[in-house]
Design a binder for this molecule. Structure first.
Ligand SMILES: NC(=O)c1ccc[n+]([C@@H]2O[C@H](COP(=O)([O-])OP(=O)(O)OC[C@H]3O[C@@H](n4cnc5c(N)ncnc54)[C@H](O)[C@@H]3O)[C@@H](O)[C@H]2O)c1
Length: 323
């Protein structure tokens, strides 16, 4: 429980990461205002928080100005998976850039600290591994991912210009792959894909020979990093990488999920897409040094909790269909 109760705004609060952040901030004793336009977020993600008198929600699109009195702002609003952010790329760019301007303007007016959920995608298709925060990235400004990558890069620029020009107190985190309960079941991410396929007894589709590695951070670990960064002094602005540096081959991930779900699914191999990176892994030296932060939840434990969530979600969907 935190000593000072703050009024905290979480944009994208009904999404995957946002709903866990709202939960954590309430548990720390703060007043939380969750703002969301429900593009990819779900009311079900925050339904269990509605009875808490310190929790409030507002349907609002952050591309429009917002006037509220708060002490801290966590700006998470933005669709995060390629399927979702490419659905309406112009709106994705607007959410990143106009949304950042609106949240920075609000922070400036009410003298709030403001946190930006940036992404490892600002490194684009990196030419160095692993990426440290001073690597400037290799983003294609014209491709279908650019609405997200360039939107997030421009948002970082805005954060640092508000910091230099207006002394706005900013915190920027670059998030790497994160998983956990309340991920979207159909967003094409490897963890949710494999779990849903395993639970439904369908073949697990694996691209390439599965030797490519990925690193996954459990959501509560990431949220703990957010809160630690927000709690630092004004001289700490970031950007700070956050993710799990522990790599696992995608084939091993599939095998673990089959084991943990007790599924009879087999692995089905498909050709590797051309732009699939063979390796993606964060360098979190800076987060360790500045925040004494590193992921703690073991993969099997995190997968177990995520599988339980999807089991209930799929059972609920099946029950609704049967009605
Ligand atoms: N999940 C990850 O692994 C990951 C990795 C890197 C960065 N991020 C960043 O973290 C943030 C949260 O991601 P997530 O995984 O929770 O995604 P999510 O899609 O579950 O959550 C995003 C939320 O923002 C809301 N939203 C979208 N546009 C909005 C707008 N214009 N106005 C108000 N609300 C809007 C959505 O409805 C949703 O609730 C995003 O900014 C994303 O770019 C996530």
């Amino acid at each position: 429980m935190s000593l000072v109760r703050k009024r905290v705004l979480v944009t994208g609060g009904a999404g995957f990461l946002g709903s866990h952040l709202c939960e954590r901030l309430l548990a720390d004793g703060h007043d939380v205002l969750c703002v969301d336009n429900y593009f990819t977020g779900r009311k079900a993600n925050i339904a269990h928080l509605l009875a808490n008198p310190n929790f409030e929600t507002l349907r609002h699109d952050i591309t429009f100005p917002l006037y509220v009195e708060v002490d801290e702002i966590y700006n998470l609003a933005c669709p995060a998976s390629p399927i979702h952010y490419q659905f309406d790329p112009v709106q994705t760019t607007k959410t990143s850039i106009v949304g950042a301007i609106n949240m920075l303007g609000l922070a400036k007016r009410v003298k709030a600290k403001v946190f930006q959920a940036s992404t490892s995608e600002v490194y684009g298709d990196p030419t160095v591994h692993p990426q440290t925060e001073d690597y400037r990235g290799n983003v294609n400004p014209l491709g279908p991912r650019a609405c997200y990558d360039e939107g997030k890069r421009a948002a970082e620029t805005l954060f640092f210009d508000y910091f230099r020009q207006h002394r706005t107190r900013i915190k920027v985190v670059r998030i790497f792959n994160t998983y956990g309960p309340r991920m979207h079941p159909n967003d094409g991410r490897v963890v949710s894909n494999f779990i849903v396929q395993a639970l439904q007894g369908e073949p697990i589709t694996l691209y390439g020979d599965g030797s490519q590695t990925r690193a996954f951070c459990f959501v509560t670990d990431l949220v703990d990093g957010f809160v630690r960064l927000m709690g630092t002094g004004d001289e700490v602005t970031g950007p700070v990488n956050m993710g799990n540096p522990h790599e696992i081959a995608v084939r091993e991930l599939a095998e673990r999920i089959i084991h943990l779900t007790g599924s009879a699914s087999r692995i089905e191999y498909r050709p590797l897409p051309q732009d699939d990176p063979t390796q993606r892994c964060p360098d979190i030296t800076l987060a360790r040094f500045l925040l004494n932060w590193e992921p703690k939840v073991a993969l099997d434990e995190g997968l177990g909790r995520t599988i339980e969530y999807f089991r209930q979600l799929l059972a609920g969907a099946a029950a609704t269909q049967a009605e």
